[in-house]
Design a protein around this ligand. Structure first.
Ligand code: XMP
Length: 511
């Protein structure tokens, strides 16, 4: 169902890794988008009545037995369609064209020539573009009514169209940054072909969500688990705006937050028109973790204890709604829109069966992360909260290698604080950066005396999706200051090292 009154573009997913990126780009162009499975029935599409459909890429060949297919009626709905990569091959194959293996496969940034500057999707674009290609097959024989409108040195059909039927297809990926003017091409499709009005913007989203929350909740109370992360913070802010004085936020302080963080979260939310409860559960968590060094065991203990504490506290609010900061990628990755489970998120399965809550409120369920941040800014949340780097649920427990004690957590907190402070002073912004206290001790010398203290590691990474990353090339001058300050100011550290590993082969966190 289309839950938006806006014009909508449906992104049909055929297994492409960039489906979310396509949907985000469409929204950046001011048009609402929705990701659906490639085998969505035509009836559903008719109900949604999108202004356009985009077919994603995918890892298959149209001739594989198990490859996802579509029906030719999709192209007879009178709705403009843009096929991307596999989506292009699928369009050609379904409409009677011939797809073949490339003599030379194309992977990476490939120069491409747009041969027809009058083709509506190429209007105003430089005809010589660098495009991101990633394909082993190509469209050799075009379906009836189509013409070739772009080529590369090795691919004669880099784009094709049938403008009468408003069907377009590109072999390259316009959604990625490496394709020059790719967003402009998508914008052309939306505005020149689909007749987009550009009626999707974050202010409307706020107003609409406020209306929906009020309608759903009525005079009931709402309970939200607030971690201080971007999603739960923005969720709290919009709920407060919609139903002031009906919201209780429960912040479970497990004692493994960064320096001053618990107090910062309290400062940001206490005193507003909501009931803010900070549960000091530090002792509880620490006693459960005593003597535990195995990373997975740490995570499990923290996860279980968290649920227990939250249930105890929220149990006092029986008959309320439960709010969650679920966002669109959680829903998409859990396969709820496409049928393909990438990883199941604990927070998208709906209410547990034996719950005391009467329903679930998820005001961010249809938003991407950057939209959530934009919404937070509009709602007046502090930039520090809105731009906050990701922080794992188990907190510093997974950055404190070996046993977790108050003393070791304090060493880690102080070192981490210095690292963050110096990066801020140097105006260096990385996607994620933190300190890790190892369980290794080494010999040092300070003031003519021998020391035998911990090795502390620093990690800073550059990434856009957190699935892969590169380590950040922090200038030596900054590392010098950080290292010198940490060994001098933090008792218990004898040596500072910098992690120069990407992901893969490493992960971002050390545990
Ligand atoms: P890895 O270490 O798997 O981390 O490369 C990828 C991203 O996920 C974050 N992360 C977690 N987030 N609970 C979370 O909420 C966790 O248990 C957890 N472990 C890793 C990590 O900080 C990085 O941004």
């Amino acid at each position: 169902m289309n839950t938006q009154p806006n014009q909508t573009v449906v992104v049909l997913d055929f297994g492409g890794q960039y489906k979310e990126l396509i949907a985000r780009r469409v929204r950046e162009c001011g048009v609402h988008s929705q990701i659906l499975s490639g085998n969505t029935p035509l009836e559903t599409l008719r109900e949604i009545a999108p202004i356009g459909v985009i077919l994603t890429g995918g890892p298959h060949s149209v001739y594989d037995e198990t490859s996802p297919h579509t029906v030719k009626e999709l192209f007879e709905l009178g709705i403009p369609v843009l096929g991307i990569c596999y989506g292009m091959q699928l369009m050609a194959y379904t409409l009677g064209g011939v797809v073949r293996s490339c003599a030379v496969s194309e992977f990476g940034a490939i120069p491409c020539r747009y041969d027809d500057p009058d083709c509506k999707i190429f209007k105003g674009l430089d005809p010589n573009a660098v495009t991101l290609m990633s394909h082993n097959d190509y469209v050799d024989v075009l379906p009836k009514g189509f013409r070739r409108v772009a080529h590369t040195a090795d691919c004669p059909t880099a784009a094709m169209c049938d403008e009468d039927r408003r069907l377009y297809a590109v072999q390259f990926h316009p959604e990625v940054e490496r394709t020059q003017q790719g967003t402009q091409l998508l914008r052309n499709f939306l505005y020149n072909v689909c007749g987009a009005k550009g009626d999707y913007n974050i202010n409307d989203v706020i107003q609409r969500q406020i209306g929906l929350i009020r309608e759903q909740v009525g005079t009931h109370n709402v309970v939200l688990g607030l971690s201080g992360g971007v999603d739960s913070s923005v969720c709290a802010a919009i709920l407060e705006r919609a139903i002031p004085n009906q919201l209780t936020c429960i912040f479970v302080d497990h004692g493994m937050m960064r320096k001053n963080e618990g107090d910062e979260i309290e400062r940001a939310f206490a005193g507003k028109s909501l009931n803010f409860i900070r549960v000091d559960a530090k002792e509880r968590f620490l006693s459960k973790l005593k003597g535990v060094t195995e990373p997975e065991k740490k995570r499990k203990i923290i996860g279980e204890e968290f649920v227990r504490v939250f249930e105890e506290e929220s149990g006092k609010f029986a008959g309320s709604f439960l709010a969650q900061g679920t966002i669109y990628p959680d829903v998409v990755e859990s396969g709820l829109t496409t049928g393909a489970v990438i990883k199941s998120h604990h927070n998208v399965g709906g209410l547990p069966k034996d719950t005391k809550f009467i329903g679930l409120v998820e005001p961010l369920r249809y938003l991407f992360k950057d939209e959530v941040r934009a919404l937070g800014r509009r709602l007046g949340l502090d930039e520090a909260l809105v731009a906050r780097q990701p922080f794992p649920g188990p907190g510093l427990a997974v950055r404190c290698i070996g046993e977790i004690t108050v003393e070791r957590l304090d060493i880690l907190r102080d070192a981490d604080y210095i690292f963050r402070e110096e990066l801020a002073k140097a105006d260096l912004h990385y996607d994620q950066f933190f300190a890790v206290l190892t369980d290794m001790r080494t010999v040092g010398v300070m003031g003519d005396g021998r020391t035998y203290n911990y090795v502390l590691a620093l990690r800073a990474v550059i990434t856009s999706d957190f699935m892969t990353c590169e380590y950040a090339h922090i200038p030596y001058s900054v590392l010098d200051v950080v290292s010198s300050r940490i060994v001098n100011e933090v008792k218990g550290v004898s040596r500072v090292v910098y992690d120069v590993t990407g992901k893969p082969p490493a992960t971002i966190e050390w545990e």
